[in-house]
Design a protein around this ligand. Structure first.
Ligand code: PEP
Length: 249
């Protein structure tokens, strides 16, 4: 039996409310032939302001969906932040936590990311925990030290049932939005290493970083890569779904 593939799209700060509605006008017929494929799980992560049309489109198509960030406190004086109870009213199933753009542009620390992961789990939602090294960290031989710090700080205080509920996304910073993809061997090396560090053979580990139709097959065929977290190529239904059809060949 072939393995299950997770195809998750991170729209970042793209797709307005009306653009999200348009996206689903194209997505629904394009996804129809794949809808019954039990080996495919599609997910989309939209900006907060597009969550309503996303929820409608996602429910209609039976895909998972969520936000790209959240604050860990349930309410209070946190101007500009969005809480988990606010997101729960949209019936979201997943939330991306610790994306490299949150870590590097918005300076989110490992400590804040750990608090977010725990709060999301406590709410019964699956965190999609992103981690990965910068080019400088890779070139100075620190890839695994950095990732060990990122992963351990997020999961070390969790119980095994919580650790298993997280979806892990290895995203080397140098490969995100750059058109530069990790080689299948580089991505596999880190995903296999991560699985050992996490200590559970069955956790879901995605690779992210310039995944597209032309490189999907070789990346997704690797043993320890369960799917892809896709930025740029997820903005159009055709380029997004092509990742899975290219993998299937
Ligand atoms: C991402 O946003 O998580 C990502 C991997 O982006 P891209 O596919 O554009 O590199």
């Amino acid at each position: 039996m072939s393995k299950k593939i997770y195809l998750y799209g991170n729209w970042k700060m793209n797709n307005t409310y009306s653009e999200t509605e348009k996206f689903f006008e194209e997505f629904t017929p394009a996804y129809a032939p794949l809808k019954a494929d039990a080996n495919l799980e599609v997910g989309i992560f939209a900006p907060f302001t597009s969550l309503w049309p996303l929820s409608q489109g996602a429910k209609k198509n039976g895909i998972v969906f969520g936000a790209q960030n959240v604050y860990y406190e349930p309410k209070g004086a946190f101007t500009g932040e969005i809480s988990i109870p606010m997101l729960k009213e949209y019936d979201i199933t997943h939330i991306i936590i610790g994306h490299s753009e949150r870590r590097h542009i918005f300076l989110e620390s490992d400590e804040v990311i750990a608090k977010k992961v725990k709060a999301v789990l406590d709410a019964g939602i699956s965190p999609v925990l992103c981690y990965g090294e910068t080019l400088e960290e890779r070139e100075s031989g620190n890839t695994f030290t950095v990732m060990e710090r990122q992963l351990k700080s997020a999961i070390s205080s969790l119980i095994p049932a919580e650790v298993n509920k997280i979806i892990y996304a290895y995203e080397p910073v140098w490969a995100i939005g750059t058109g530069k993809t990790a080689t299948p061997d580089q991505a596999e090396e880190v995903c296999a290493w991560s699985r050992k560090l996490i200590g559970d053979d069955k956790v879901v580990i995605l690779y992210g970083g310039s995944v597209k139709g032309s490189n999907a097959k070789e990346l997704l065929s690797m043993k320890d890569i369960d799917g892809a977290l896709v930025g740029g190529a997820s903005l159009k239904p055709a380029s997004f779904l092509e990742i899975y059809t290219a993998y299937k060949g």
